[in-house]
Design a protein around this ligand. Structure first.
Ligand SMILES: [Zn+2]
Length: 110
């Protein structure tokens, strides 16, 4: 299952990742963003928060969480306005979540 490999890959280290995302300015120039893993549930198959990251690089500091729903599905959350207003009703992912998900497909630098 994809979620299991994702968790194994990121736990317990490395805990800090860098990536480039469209920046917070109007021009949306690529800007460096930093993700710091702050929480990793030792029982990732139980409902609740599985992983929690702090995101630096935007106008504000955000938090991205991966939640295990009671049904077993995984759900992404971000505290940014884009995710709050559009992510609640659709399958829209904000750039912070997309950036984190894209890291899963790239080799990680040591
Ligand atoms: Zn976001």
């Amino acid at each position: 299952m994809r979620s299991t490999s994702f968790i194994q890959k990121y736990s317990p280290s490395p805990r800090v990742f860098f990536t480039s995302l469209p920046g917070p300015t109007r021009k949306r120039l690529p800007s460096p963003y930093c993700y710091r893993l702050t929480y990793c549930n030792p029982q990732p198959r139980k409902p609740g928060c599985v992983l929690l990251w702090e995101v630096y690089g935007g106008r504000q500091e955000y938090q991205v969480a991966l939640e295990r729903e009671p049904t077993g599905n995984l759900r992404w959350h971000c505290t940014c306005a884009d995710a709050v207003y559009r992510g609640a009703t659709t399958l829209h992912f904000c750039k912070h979540i997309r950036g984190l998900r894209s890291l899963d497909r790239q080799p990680l630098a040591e």
